[in-house]
Design a protein. Structure first.
Length: 100
């Protein structure tokens, strides 16, 4: 699958998806830090990518603009370790059937 990972998402999520063979555009790697959320969603829609973010503003923009590709909104307590978050996200990817 194709994903666009927002700059606020930990880089280990990007690494996990890439390790599983997904086509991942990370906002940081693409030199797109700080761009407007609407531009990020528009880019994801144009490129057929599911947006992954921790930013609650994306939810409102997504619903309002009805971006068809998808939105994964990651929310978890800050006390979780990166290992735990990775394991939880792996479980989500497996249960959601996010195949390459």
């Amino acid at each position: 699958m194709r994903f666009l990972v927002d700059e606020c998402v930990p880089t280990y999520i990007t690494a996990l998806l890439r390790d599983r063979g997904h086509d991942v555009l990370d906002q940081r790697d693409a030199g797109l830090r700080g761009i407007d959320d609407r531009i990020v969603l528009d880019m994801a829609a144009r490129e057929g990518r599911i947006t992954i973010t921790q930013d609650l503003d994306f939810n409102l923009l997504f619903v309002k603009d009805l971006q068809p590709e998808g939105l994964v909104l990651l929310r978890y307590p800050e006390i979780l370790t990166p290992k735990t978050v990775t394991e939880l996200f792996e479980g989500f990817v497996d249960s959601a059937g996010l195949e390459r």
